[in-house]
Design a protein around this ligand. Structure first.
Ligand SMILES: CSC[C@H]1O[C@H](OP(=O)(O)O)[C@H](O)[C@@H]1O
Length: 348
């Protein structure tokens, strides 16, 4: 994503890999639509996009005739952005950061001052994500100490973040260090973020990719074709339970069964310090048609019921390590995440 000349330029991820086309957003409503339609997706990317949406929202709200009316109008925009997708906590983390900027001002502040501060905060959120992913990549690569094949699920790459990616950032760094021989990519039904996005990203980088169907992951592990698994995350609870794309839990159970390490790469902004366990993570359910059709063709009988959760929750007991910008966390996760929480508070 690129912010320039009062426009947020987004790569339309619904058209990849066949078409590389951009969306030029000049309003908070267009960004909200892009998040809902997964034209922009991935927890950190959603957060950064929402931050820029708040910049547009503030400019619209600045037409209000009082400070309180401005704040009320902007809060309304924030609430509507919060309705776009429920699981990725980065969305709410970014909205909160933008709202906190407004609290630094009052009715005596000039509108220009407030708008400039909000734009600077959105830019900071985007720039921080790039730096955070570089740190995650370095810490994560330290776990790959010998050449190996790795499996990943969904897309936690540059497309899911502002740049570089979380899980794919680790894979890129480990590859640069000579420790990734091949990446097995789960296609990731129903929206195929793995086949369409991760395979595209890694292929562009010249990293050897082998695409598999989601139900091949177990057989790949059983046949010792991979030595590790790494995925991203959308929300991590204080006990280390991890919400991620549907199918992640199954991969984690298979990895445990086959004695393969299961790594999660995620920034502090993906931790929800307000919830104790994964039971409290809201799981987005999406429309039935995403499952009942494929490429515009009906693949199931009309009238049948569909259960289409976009995420699942991997229990902390199945997670070998969580890679963050402050280092690698290991069990017991309650203590490790409490330390992370203290570090994150100090770094504010
Ligand atoms: C680096 S966060 C990526 C995370 O987000 C994806 O979900 P979606 O494509 O629905 O936004 C998936 O869970 C990825 O692991």
């Amino acid at each position: 994503m690129v912010w320039s000349n009062n426009c947020l330029k987004l790569l339309d991820q619904t058209l990849l890999p066949g078409q590389v086309e951009y969306i030029y957003c000049h309003s908070w409503e267009r960004i909200a639509e892009a998040i809902k339609k997964l034209e922009v997706r991935g927890a950190p990317a959603i957060g950064a996009a929402a931050a820029f949406a708040m910049v547009f929202g503030a400019r619209e709200a600045a037409a209000a005739n009082s400070w309180n009316a401005f704040k009320t109008a902007l809060l309304s925009v924030s609430k509507q952005l919060a309705q776009t997708r429920p699981t990725a906590v980065n969305l709410f983390w970014a909205l909160k950061r933008m709202e906190e900027v407004v609290e630094r001002f009052d009715e005596n502040s000039s509108p220009g001052e407030v708008l400039t501060a909000l734009e600077q905060e959105a830019i900071a959120i985007a720039e921080e994500d790039k730096a955070v992913n570089q740190k995650i990549s370095k810490y994560g690569a330290s776990l790959f100490t010998a050449p190996q094949a790795v499996l990943t699920h969904c897309n936690a790459g540059a497309l899911a973040t502002v740049a570089l990616g979380t899980a794919l950032g680790v894979i890129r760094e480990a590859k640069a260090q000579g420790n990734i021989t091949k990446v097995f990519v789960d296609e990731t039904r129903p929206l195929l973020q793995g086949a369409r996005l991760t395979a595209w990203e890694l292929h562009q980088d010249g990293i050897p990719v082998t695409l598999i169907t989601d139900n091949t992951a177990g057989w790949v592990m059983k046949n010792k074709m991979v030595q590790s698994v790494i995925v991203g995350a959308d929300r991590i609870a204080r006990n280390g339970d991890v919400a991620n794309k549907i199918g992640t839990y199954s991969v984690a159970v298979l990895a445990r069964e086959h004695g393969i390490p299961f790594y999660v790469a995620a920034p502090v902004s993906t931790f929800d310090f307000s919830i104790k366990t994964g039971n409290d993570i809201p799981i987005e359910e999406r429309c039935a048609n995403e499952v009942k059709s494929f490429g515009g063709c009906c693949i199931a009988p009309e009238g049948i019921s569909v259960f289409n959760p976009a995420f699942d929750v991997t229990l902390n007991s199945l997670v070998t390590a969580i890679i963050t910008e402050h280092g690698v966390l290991r069990a017991p996760y309650e203590q490790a995440i409490e330390k992370l929480y203290q570090i994150s508070k100090k770094s504010k």
